[in-house]
Design a protein around this ligand. Structure first.
Ligand SMILES: [Zn+2]
Ligand SMILES: [Zn+2]
Length: 411
């Protein structure tokens, strides 16, 4: 969603050592020299560092900063506004250090923490996490009718190098003092004593855990599909976890399948078990029918990054549409557009979607008490056909502006 502000990472091929430049959002490393393809995995988030200038003392310390990027939505009744955010802030309890790195990470090629044992000492971040940040973010909006929702794209840690010379703390990129003080010995003692960060990125071979076939995938794909045994996997935490997915089948060529998250959520404060409940809660212009009382209600959200206006439109229009019941569980699906928005972020859209479907008056009654708990989530692949500058949903007729997607290999 945010272009132009991502940074690049320099990493050697784990097989042949060839230099490879990755984008911040890349999850698959492909080496064009030895054809190695591995998934970049971590238990939590990625950690990168900015390399220090050459010719400095050996005792380099690396200071952690959180980097968060994504969209922040503000909900006032039915009114949704959004803005991009892209920020980083110090993640170590020491007020003398600069609070932010500014735009610097974009100007340098970063490296994965752990890729060079001799780089220096990486200071373990203090307890502040992306979660605390987003909790604080929520608390800022105490007005019950105003809700702030973060749909993040990137949460990572960036380390900046410092060193000490003549008792003063220096920035190891600019080679300039970092504080106005003349004695930074106290900071040096603390950094010496601080626990270090043992993290390194894991390279996971892209082989299907079920059948052993190679797993294809775009470089920024979060979920990989096995075209041999028709399974889907999330390798992000080093262990491949199976992802349930269903396909809304379409015949013919030139079909591209776009992935959407289908989310069964328990909603506290509002009855939303069935599609009939939604018709009632949102006053949808639909004749009540017995079948809707037996049709489960799901929230939907695009499973790919797309501009916020379109994202909200697709959340709304798919959630308001009764779910398709004839979905295939085992289908040799081809041309799947990559999943680039994780489920955890898609879940954040539920309140916005619901608010957009209900009237102001209905919302007033319930919105302050609504809570969502995920119960059962899967991917649903929806069929689209090319038509001029648009992709048309072959079953529902909704159009998707192709310029909003980076269709690369699909045209
Ligand atoms: Zn290689
Ligand atoms: Zn397989």
């Amino acid at each position: 969603m945010v272009n132009g502000s991502s940074f690049q990472i320099e990493q050697q091929c784990p097989q042949c050592g060839a230099p490879i430049i990755l984008d911040e959002a890349d999850r698959i490393l492909s080496c064009q020299f030895c054809r190695t393809r591995v998934y970049l995995a971590t238990n939590d988030h990625f950690r990168f560092y900015m390399p220090p200038k050459a010719g400095l003392p050996d005792d380099i310390f690396f200071i952690p900063y959180w980097r968060l990027r994504g969209l922040s939505y503000t909900l006032m009744g039915k009114n949704v506004t959004y803005k991009y955010f892209d920020s980083n802030f110090l993640c170590y309890d020491f007020p003398q250090l600069p609070y932010s790195l500014g735009l610097r990470p974009q100007a340098l090629k970063l490296k994965f923490v752990g890729s060079d044992n001799k780089a220096g000492k990486f200071i373990a971040a203090s307890s502040a996490t992306a979660k605390t940040f987003s909790d604080n973010f929520q608390k800022r909006a105490q007005n019950p009718y105003r809700r702030e929702i973060l749909i993040g794209e990137t949460a990572s840690m960036i380390y900046t190098p410092v060193y000490f010379a003549n008792g003063r703390l220096y920035d190891a990129i600019l080679k300039k003092p970092l504080t106005p003080r003349t004695d930074d010995g106290e900071i040096e003692d603390r950094l010496d004593a601080a626990p270090s960060e043992p993290w390194h990125v894991a390279f996971v071979p892209l082989l299907c855990p079920h059948c052993g076939a190679d797993l294809p995938g775009e470089k920024d794909a979060l979920i990989v599909f096995c075209s041999n045994c028709h399974s889907a996997w999330n390798p992000s935490d080093k262990f491949f976890s199976r992802v349930n997915f269903f396909t809304w089948r379409e015949k013919g060529d030139n079909i591209v399948y776009l992935p959407f998250w289908q989310m069964k959520l328990k909603v506290n404060g509002l009855r939303l078990e069935t599609y009939a409940d939604l018709i009632h809660a949102a006053n949808l212009p639909k004749a009540p029918a017995e079948i809707w009382t037996r049709t489960p209600f799901y929230f939907y959200a695009p499973a790919f990054k797309i501009n916020p206006a379109l994202f909200l439109r697709w959340c709304r229009q798919l959630t308001a549409t009764p779910p398709e019941t004839d979905l295939a569980v085992d289908f040799p699906v081809q041309n799947v557009y990559p999943v680039t928005l994780p489920l955890s972020e898609a879940l954040e859209s539920a309140l916005i979607t619901l608010s957009s479907l209900m009237t102001e008056r209905q919302l007033l009654d319930v919105s302050s008490s609504l809570e969502f708990t995920p119960e059962d989530c899967s991917l649903v692949l929806h069929p689209f056909a090319f038509k001029g500058k648009e992709l048309i949903h072959t079953k529902l007729g909704f159009s998707m502006d192709m310029a909003a997607l980076n269709l690369g290999g699909y045209l």
